[in-house]
Design a protein around this ligand. Sequence first.
Ligand code: SF4
Length: 343
Amino acid sequence: MKNIKDFSLEKLKEEMKNLQEKAFRAEQIFQWLYQEKVKSFDEMTNLSLDLREKLKQNYTICNYNIIKKQESKDGTKKYLFDTLDGNAIETVLMQYHHGFSICISSQIGCKMGCKFCASTGIDFVRNLTTGEILEQIIAVEQDEKIRISNVVFMGIGEPLDNYENVVKAIKLINHPKGLNIGARHISISTSGLVPKIYQLAEENIQCTLSISLHATNNGKRSNMMPVNNSYPIEELLKACKDYIAKTNRRISFEYALAKDNNDNLEDAKELVKLLKGMLCHVNLIPINKIENGKFTKSSNENIMRFRDYLNDHGIVSTIRRELGSDIDAACGQLRRKNINKNS
Ligand code: SF4
């Protein structure tokens, strides 16, 4: 059965024509799905009973069941959702002073094999569809009765490895008749799939691009992120410069500090050399220790020294606030535990 949330407004209009219905019905359905956020076709009360019946026969509205919900003392909430085919995906809701931010998954599992990530070691299952990506936002809004203002693609999966569905999802999240969240409030994080960064630069979407950099030379980066063997740092930064030139958007570089690995002053100096003159920001992430992971968290002293060095040398840098450290905060941990429990 087709997921009705997989369709753009234009495509849904075509679907309506195929059902011998007027195109404006698609606009009404959009209103119910994305403004009213209803959970069934029966709630779409301005549609005829006949149309509602046709919708039920042809589409699913894709409601997720919550398998598990963890709440942190700091207000962070982590969801494990059951997709319609029995797979599990993770979504995290965070509260900031400026509103609610959601971290969503783009794939079931991940192929990239980053050594510091809890998703590594779990088999890649499949890409999420556009509707499944969107449903994470809708399900959390329904559960918490809130309006989300920021979306980050930083959950499980490499978003640019599911390029088409992710770009379609961003367009629906941003669409005034979709979830209507400003493009500047949407961030997409990549481990560095260079050809897709060039492609994204051509999309004319004003979302923020985050690059998981994490190291300043190829030896160290390849050791942490196998993707670097295919797309080394020089090629990655060239693609980033192209993205900045085409979009005029500042890139955010993610740098997870791991003790005795990439957190000393020499690394900070190298990072300054690499990023000097770029329109960018560095987000330092105190790494979360993961089960069986080979990296551990840096000391607070090292983290602050690293940040200060960058700021003193012209690279704007902040330390990401640790949220949800008392629940399974690193991406993939909750899902990993569920898999282990069920295996
Ligand atoms: S950090 Fe992201 S890209 Fe890397 S393995 Fe984990 S989910 Fe995949």
